[in-house]
Design a protein around this ligand. Structure first.
Ligand code: UDP
Length: 327
């Protein structure tokens, strides 16, 4: 069995990645501090509790499992929080990742898959966002992820570290078999918040800004199903193991949905009304983030199959109704 060290394997995307890795014949070894993750989401391989900033713990885990690669999901990921407490993002996302990348290199592991974000691009009016687009992040979250991309680039040149960097657009949905799903506390993401409002678990969804320069005034995002997203990670891992070298890939569908359009689709899927109110803009939000790249399809052979808005909301709604949100 080939071990893959999965940081953040107890989190939303990491736990889905562990399931996909196991199905592909790898053993996912979860390394997670449980600050934002959930131990009961670790179902597909061993669990090692630890912090990215704990170098001795990381070294011990590398020595025990001798992974063929690292998949690095562990990070703080809230745009709004990153604008209020940027130090958290520089410490956890940048210092933590540097510590991990250094430990990876010193353990002699040269394959690294990294979760980056479309937030590294920032605001680009009427520009198609592809992997060559200039990265001009407007929030600390995006800046912290771009910094880690730079670290990986430097380690590639200096130490032969090969990295596949995925710049995610907005990840949504959940495992159709209901083994794992999205569970953040506090929840900040649009679709789960909306489902909580539909279900009466919160009074209403607040739309963050209705005066953006978009057709209906609300922000536009490109949503990708978490199962499709993690499939790309398995393909990216195989790419590295096949010796194809470092590469950056956007992961999005190329379709943009405004906040109001997501609300309309949720109403249609759940057949329930969506209580919402209109509020001010959230600091750090870009007007529009939509992928304009098909590199992952062309080069990795990635084929998203569940990334329609309807399917993503349906899968999220099914997970929501299992009651996991109430924990
Ligand atoms: N959003 C919103 N109300 C909320 C949460 C999010 O209007 O309670 C909007 C947010 O401004 C953004 C979009 O929904 O335009 C997606 O936000 P989310 O936090 O889900 O992901 P992000 O784009 O920040 O990664």
């Amino acid at each position: 069995m080939k071990n893959v060290l999965v940081t953040g394997g107890a989190g939303y995307i990491g736990s889905h990645a562990c399931k996909a890795l196991k199905q592909a014949g790898f053993t996912p070894v979860t390394y997670d501090s449980l600050v934002t993750g959930w131990e009961d989401a670790v179902k597909f391989g061993p669990f090692e509790k630890g912090d990215l900033l704990d170098r001795a713990r990381l070294d011990a885990v590398f020595a025990q499992y001798k992974p063929v690669a690292v998949m690095h999901f562990a990070a703080l990921s809230q745009v709004g929080e990153s604008m209020k407490i940027p130090a958290l993002y520089w410490k956890n996302n940048v210092m933590g990742s540097l510590n991990l990348i250094e430990a990876t290199a010193e353990a002699g592991v040269t394959n690294f898959v990294f979760s980056s974000t479309c937030a590294t691009y920032g605001e680009h009016d009427n520009v198609v966002l592809n992997e060559m687009t200039e990265q001009l992040p407007i929030n600390a979250y995006g800046a912290s992820k771009r910094a880690v991309e730079d670290i990986l680039d430097n380690f590639g040149a200096a130490h032969g570290m090969n990295s596949v960097i995925f710049r995610y657009f907005n990840v949504a949905g959940g495992d159709p078999e209901g083994e794992v799903g999205e569970h953040h506390r506090p929840e900040t993401h649009l679709i789960p918040i909306m489902l909580e409002a539909i279900d009466g678990k919160r009074p209403a969804l607040t739309i963050f800004g209705t005066d953006y320069d978009t057709p209906d005034g609300t922000c536009i995002r490109d949503y990708v199903h978490v199962c499709d997203l993690v499939d790309a990670h398995v393909l990216g891992l195989q790419w590295l193991l096949d010796g194809k070298g470092s590469r950056v890939f956007n992961l999005g569908t190329g379709d943009g949905f405004s906040v109001r359009e997501v609300i309309d689709q949720s109403r249609a899927v759940t057949n329930k009304s969506v209580p919402y109110e209109e509020g001010p803009r959230r600091a750090g939000d870009c007007t529009k983030l939509v992928s304009g790249s098909t590199r992952a399809e062309a080069e990795l052979g990635w084929m998203p199959t569940r990334s329609t808005m309807k399917q993503m909301i349906e899968d999220a709604w099914n997970w929501h109704r299992t009651g996991h949100y109430d924990k």
